[in-house]
Design a protein around this ligand. Structure first.
Ligand code: 5GP
Length: 148
């Protein structure tokens, strides 16, 4: 049997962040999306783009919310490139536990990549608060310098 999207559960951690019940290091927000630092970054500058629409995955997200999410993901990728000067940029999005998804509210990862550095493990090691804050501040500054 193929992958089946789960029912959306509004108790998930990103829904709680969206409702303001949990804190995050926010770098960007508009009517349809929010972007904040991954608390267990696989690389410095690892940022998450989260649509505000309550959908667990890419299959259930509306086309309008998907378009907004990609627009914000592009904006964040430009800011990560400016702020962290990586050799490359990786954008990922997981659907279902078999694909590696651990939070069942759709999101896009934006990850800087360096030729001489491997990733830290996925969702394993929490970064120090002051480091996440400093990285968020760098991204906010880079975003303010983007033209679009
Ligand atoms: P997924 O595996 O679902 O694609 O990715 C979920 C991501 O969310 C992981 O990279 C993990 O480090 C991150 N994450 C998990 N819990 C929290 C949290 O409470 N706050 C933030 N900012 N990120 C989280």
């Amino acid at each position: 049997m193929s992958y089946q999207s789960p029912e959306y559960n509004a108790a998930n951690i990103f829904a709680r962040i969206l409702r303001g019940e949990l804190p995050c290091y926010k770098v960007y927000e508009d009517a349809h999306t929010i972007a904040f630092m991954d608390i267990m970054p696989q690389a410095d500058g690892h940022t998450l783009v989260v649509p505000k629409e309550g959908a667990p995955d890419i299959l259930t997200l509306s086309p309008e919310a998907a378009a907004a999410a990609i627009h914000t993901t592009q904006r964040i990728a430009r800011a990560v490139n400016k702020a962290f000067a990586p050799d490359g940029l990786l954008v990922t999005q997981f659907n279902g536990e078999a694909a590696g998804q651990t939070v069942a509210h759709i999101h896009f990862h934006v990850l800087p990549r360096y030729t001489d550095q491997s990733f830290r493990r996925h969702a394993r090691e929490q970064q120090q608060a002051e480091v996440l804050k400093e990285h968020a501040d760098r991204l906010i500054a880079a975003l303010s310098e983007l033209s679009d």
